[in-house]
Design a protein. Structure first.
Length: 293
């Protein structure tokens, strides 16, 4: 995209899932920045009318179901056609599911994997050719502290987020030589209505056998709307990291006090246990040549 001498080219952000939650908060923040083009997507673009008050030609609203690969490709094509670049992809689209492992509805779980994992994969694959040509770009995956720590009632949701963690850790190594940055955002509980109407829940038929899980299901439902996390502050943090700290962008960005403290405890405990298990682990290898002499 041509610019006048001395003018800085606007950065183009493409966000999925901007009708609610983190996606909406970040979209509204970006829409007010004079140096950013925003591509906001949702299954139903009627839910993006909150952006109209900020639109002076730098906002493109597009319908997108991330499980539809044709729509995914079309959104990327339209983004580049309108703005010339695609600098940041933020994968927000996703939903939660609460149940016991035993009683989970397989159809719902499979759909959650289609959205949370494969939707993110296909969006990321679609933008990579553009970013490789540019030799620049940032790809964000909205994960969760449930992608770091498994919890009762969230086994399959955690499964989707653990998958995202592994995918993006590997992706970061693959695309570093193309000057593409990758960041995993790992929020704790935020007031995004994720634990309310934005997730699906299945109560257990065996509360006496699954007392811990049954309690967790009730606590998540009762706590919806009173979570400690501030979604506006989270959006501001994501924006600040990408815009002002791109050279040192963290691969892992936990958000919320409980996300970072619980993760620290888990990995400290794990490191201690792995240290104790080192002799047992190394005994499973063939002897090293130095050990044979």
């Amino acid at each position: 995209m041509a610019t006048k001498k001395g003018q800085t080219m606007k950065k183009t952000w493409l966000l999925t899932g901007t009708s609610t939650g983190f996606g909406r908060e970040l979209a509204e923040l970006l829409a007010q920045q004079p140096d950013i083009n925003l591509v906001a997507t949702a299954r139903n673009t009627d839910k993006l009318s909150y952006l109209d008050q900020y639109d002076h030609g730098q906002i493109l609203k597009l319908a997108l179901d991330v499980t539809d690969q044709q729509q995914v490709a079309a959104v990327v094509e339209q983004t580049v056609a309108k703005f010339g670049t695609l600098d940041v992809l933020d994968n927000n689209a996703g939903f939660g599911y609460f149940s016991t492992f035993e009683e989970a509805d397989e159809e719902t779980v499979r759909q959650m994997f289609e959205v949370n994992v494969w939707g993110l994969v296909h969006m990321t694959q679609a933008v990579l050719p553009v970013m490789r040509r540019q030799q620049a770009g940032v790809i964000i995956g909205i994960s969760s502290d449930a992608g770091l720590i498994g919890e009762a009632a969230l086994s399959f949701y955690s499964g989707t987020k653990f998958a995202v963690e592994g995918l993006f850790e590997s992706l970061a190594q693959e695309v570093a030589e193309d000057q593409i940055k990758v960041m995993l955002v790992e929020p704790s509980s935020f007031r995004t209505d994720w634990a309310g109407r934005s997730s699906q829940k299945k109560d257990t038929d065996f509360p006496k056998d699954y007392q811990k899980t049954d309690q967790a299901l009730r606590e998540y439902a009762q706590g919806a709307g009173t979570e400690a996390g501030n979604p506006k502050a989270a959006a501001a943090t994501i924006y600040d990291q990408v815009v002002n700290h791109a050279d040192n962008l963290p691969l892992h960005l936990p958000l919320g006090e409980s996300a970072v403290t619980r993760a620290q405890k888990k990995y400290a405990d794990l490191a201690e246990k792995f240290t104790a298990l080192t002799p047992l682990a190394t005994a499973a290898d063939f002897p090293k040549k130095s050990d044979e002499n």
